[in-house]
Ligand binder design. Structure first.
Ligand SMILES: *Cc1c(COP(=O)(O)O)cnc(C)c1O
Length: 449
């Protein structure tokens, strides 16, 4: 009989692999202040052949055996093997729909355009994928006797929603620091409803980040930002899941909006594992899409990543990526170098029109997805994406979290933007003849004009 597998993972310094820490240690950076990442015992994972992993992952999906029915925990051995199943805090995240956006693809001249709707998740964004892992580890640490008074994050709205929900489910106090007036109403009400301690600070995201770093360093609250690489372990399942949903065929391009740049790092890390463990053999290319108003990675890409300089992010409709000093820039640059990556940017008008045009084909996009769609359009126009390429755009949040933006667009009230596709409700008296006349005119104009 062969020995029971002993899957293990630990934190490792990016710069100095000899510096390691246990995952139940309260540690976010290496001794020189650099980033950590989670490293798995790959030799142990390699004992299972690639095809066998595929079979295991396929079998667990959508089933009820705790916690493997979750899209994240169905890959537990690759994510966080040492946590006790009883300490897993999951709302069966993942398994979000990936579908062929045929009509919008045709408009862009891309036959094989797909959308991965990560926003169809418990709190409406991909942040659930990482937060289930981080909060589960916190629950595990508490059960091992580590003292953690609360979990905290700075947020542009979606991280705080995810943290608040998962912490509430686990009964762990959550503290969130939000830039006052810079997030959507839906995003603000989520942590409020989940009972988190909500601070609206008179600063931007980067300013909130400075505060949360201080309270975590001085007051022992556990830091839940993506600087904490536990979150990356959950988020990395997105790339694995996309390829699984494509029956293990690797697409030509993955396009992802980037702010703090944890998610693109995670995307690459998941695909790294697929390659190393023999589930796939080819690499996709990756495009990070940034808002022009918050584009430090784009600027660095223009200089072949030779330098990376933080900027002061300006206001953008894509508020969740309004970040000038991204924590995971170094990891993202490494990922883009390995995946023949590019960085594209979108102006406010470009992202708003991309959202509106795609919405007309039945989608319902958040502004960050609009940034990714606008970037996809530009790459196609430049010929970098070819007509026959299979392209997967990662939609990061649900459009319903950003109705304020959509309402303003259709009311033609967005500052400095002339909406090209406004569709405001037509207000009329309840009179049959008036309604009929307007109806026939609209059908004629819109569908036969
Ligand atoms: C967090 C977030 C992003 C950016 O992800 P990063 O890891 O910070 O690059 C993009 N879109 C939405 C909706 C988000 O919530």
């Amino acid at each position: 009989m062969s020995a029971k597998p002993d899957y293990r993972a630990w934190f490792e310094s990016l710069r100095d692999p000899s510096e390691r820490h246990r995952l139940d240690e309260v540690v976010y950076t290496d001794s020189a202040g650099g980033l950590l990442h989670v490293v798995h015992d790959m030799d142990e994972l390699k004992k299972t052949p690639g095809d066998e992993w595929k079979r295991i992952f396929m079998e667990r999906g959508h089933r009820n055996e705790w916690p493997y029915g979750s899209g994240v925990w169905g890959k537990k051995e690759w994510v966080l093997p040492e946590v006790d199943n009883e300490n897993v805090v999951s709302m069966y995240e993942g398994h979000t729909n990936l579908f062929w956006a045929e009509r919008y693809g045709r408009e862009l001249g891309i036959e094989d355009l797909w959308l991965k709707l990560c926003g169809n998740s418990h709190t409406g964004s991909f942040k659930d994928l990482g937060m289930t892992v981080l909060v589960s580890m916190v629950k595990e640490m508490i059960s091992r006797g580590v003292e953690i008074p609360a979990v905290a994050c700075a947020s542009t709205g979606d991280t705080s929603a995810a943290l608040s929900a998962y912490a509430a489910a686990a009964g762990i106090p959550a503290i969130v620091f939000l830039p006052k007036g810079k997030i959507s109403m839906a995003q603000l009400i989520q942590p409020v409803a989940n009972g988190a301690i909500v601070f609206a600070l008179d600063t931007d995201f980067d300013g909130c980040m400075e505060i949360v770093k201080q309270v975590s360093a001085r007051d022992g609250v556990y830091l839940a930002n993506s600087m904490n690489s536990l979150r990356i372990e959950g988020q990395k399942t997105v790339g694995i899941e996309i390829i699984q949903q494509l029956d293990w065929e690797v697409p030509d391009w993955l396009v992802i909006p980037g702010g703090n740049l944890g998610n693109v790092s995670a995307l690459a890390k998941g695909i790294d594992m697929l390659l190393e463990l023999g589930l796939v053999t080819r690499k996709p290319r990756i495009c990070v899409a940034q808002a022009e108003a918050a584009n430090p990675l784009y600027l660095s890409y223009q200089r072949d990543f030779e330098v990376f300089e933080p900027i002061a992010a300006r206001k953008t409709l894509a508020s969740a990526i309004q970040i000038g000093n991204p924590v995971s820039a170094e990891k993202a640059i490494d990922a883009l170098r390995r995946y023949d990556g590019v960085v594209e940017q979108a102006s406010e008008a470009e992202l708003a029109e991309a959202c509106a045009a795609a919405d007309r084909t039945g989608l319902f996009n958040c502004p960050h997805t609009g940034v990714a769609l606008a970037a996809t359009k530009k790459l196609r126009e430049r010929g970098l994406i070819r007509a026959s390429d299979r392209v997967v755009v990662i939609s990061t949040a649900h459009g319903l979290k950003f109705v304020d933006f959509k309402v303003s667009y259709h009311r033609m009230e967005l500052a400095d933007i002339v909406s090209e596709l406004p569709n405001p409700p037509i207000e009329l008296p309840a009179d049959y003849d008036t309604v009929r006349g307007a109806m026939l005119k609209e059908i004629e104009q819109r569908f036969h004009g």
